[in-house]
Design a protein around this ligand. Structure first.
Ligand code: C2E
Ligand code: MG
Ligand code: MG
Length: 396
């Protein structure tokens, strides 16, 4: 394989392919960096992980258009990664290319449903050829691309036109129902009067990088609105804002948070940011540094959707975390499902031992709330306790 120096002239920079995401699963750092460089130069958005379990966590969050997967990985092989993905309807159609020196296993892979095989070592053109051929063949992905370009333009237009809104959902004490915080949730009104669900369009904003501008707008607007609520009601409710991995990897993020706080008058400990496990671990050293900077401002940090993302708990020890939000997926099955009961009890126990606050998310039923209070969960959030609503509803 040519060295990096000789590589640059071999790769022809091309038009950026807006939002085409490629997940590289490769445990050899030299190979993965080379692949990243080749693919990024060609305009693709690349995420690199070094093992199968991380790949599985990354695909559900990030939803790549194509996966390049090494055959031999530390804890499972590339075929196993593919088999696990095929179990999910959403993931099964993502083109899957195996990259390996072991050409004698091609047949085995093809029988299992691998879409393509790229032998190692490869030249930059071989890699780009394999990727573009596969993407072209994948009509679904192409159709989605056109749709996404339109959606991306609409998001930018409506943010610019001031059409986006923020709703707030209360976080209350589980025992007394007293509001201690509110979570800011983006709302995008459509012509027919409905809201387009954030899950439909925030992932795209993350991929294109538009989330940086959008997230900054949310933070500024929510700090202003909640500070106004605090002043008018005389209650020191905390504001909790969702922050994506892309925002955390922006070098100036902590500085912009501190400036927004100053402008709005909201004290730093009146703000909490919510990050998912996967985004905190996407680029651990970078995310860790940024989260420390933010914590140093006095801003609180919560792990959102706890229990659904990254399988390593090391970050609980390493990061300045204030609270865990137990994902709705566990709360939904309370109190009858023994597995959900065991998981929730253990999270509560873990949090209390680590001195962390806990919020149970997505509570819809009195039974669920009852179980949580009985088991010492301090804070609660969900439709049972309050739906997301405009800031004006929080006053009076
Ligand atoms: P999340 O941060 O986990 O937010 C909680 C989601 O659960 C919200 O969905 C909320 O409306 C919904 N929810 C709350 N209680 C219940 C309940 O009892 N039952 C059910 N079925 N759902 C409940 P929403 O507003 O659709 O937001 C979805 C996700 O979009 C959020 O999940 C968050 O990840 C993302 N999101 C929303 N606003 C922002 C934002 O400003 N920035 C970023 N980066 N992401 C955002
Ligand atoms: Mg959240
Ligand atoms: Mg959540």
């Amino acid at each position: 394989m040519p060295g990096n120096k000789e590589l640059a002239p071999l790769i022809k920079p091309s038009q950026p392919k807006v939002g085409i995401n490629i997940l590289v699963v490769e445990d050899n750092a030299v190979v993965s960096q080379l692949m990243r460089m080749i693919l990024e130069t060609a305009g693709y958005v690349v995420l690199v992980v070094d093992d199968g379990d991380k790949a599985l966590a990354a695909v559900t969050d990030w939803f790549p258009d194509l996966i390049l997967c090494d055959l031999i990985l530390p804890t499972m092989n590339g075929f196993e990664v593919m088999r696990l993905m095929q179990r999910s309807q959403r993931l099964a159609h993502i083109p899957f290319i195996i990259v390996s020196t072991e050409s004698d296993r091609i047949r085995e892979g093809m029988n299992l449903g691998v879409d393509d095989y790229l032998p190692k070592p490869f030249a930059p053109d071989d890699l780009l050829q394999a990727v573009s051929t596969r993407l072209r063949r994948n009509q679904v992905s192409h159709g989605r691309l056109v749709e996404e370009v339109i959606l991306d333009a609409e998001m930018r237009r409506d943010l610019e036109a001031g059409k986006l809104k923020i709703y707030y959902q209360k976080i209350v004490t589980a025992c007394g129902g007293e509001t201690v915080a509110v979570e800011a949730l983006l709302r995008w009104p459509q012509a027919d009067g409905t809201f387009r669900p954030p899950a439909d369009w925030i992932p795209l904003a993350e991929r294109t990088g538009f989330i940086i501008a959008l997230g900054a707008w949310v933070l500024e607007r929510a700090c202003n609105e909640v500070q106004e609520v605090r002043v008018k009601t005389g209650k020191a409710i905390r504001l909790s804002v969702n922050v994506s991995a892309r925002q955390l990897s922006e070098p100036g993020f902590a500085v912009s948070v501190s400036e927004i706080l100053k402008r709005s008058g909201l004290p730093a400990d009146g703000l909490q940011i919510e990050v998912t496990e996967t985004s905190a671990m996407q680029d651990p050293p970078l995310a860790m540094r940024m989260l420390r900077e933010i914590a140093d401002l006095g801003v609180k940090i919560a792990i959102d959707d706890f229990g659904t993302g990254y399988s390593s708990l090391i970050y609980l020890k390493e990061l300045p975390i204030n609270s865990l939000k137990i994902d709705r997926a566990f709360i939904r099955d309370l109190p009858h499902d023994p597995a959900a009961v065991a998981i929730v009890r253990n999270i509560l126990d873990l949090a209390s031992k680590l001195n962390l606050e806990v919020v149970a998310e997505g509570i819809e039923l009195a039974d669920q709330l009852h179980f949580l209070t009985e088991n010492g969960c301090p804070f609660a959030q969900g439709f049972l306790l309050g739906r997301p609503e405009p800031a004006s509803h929080l006053i009076g």
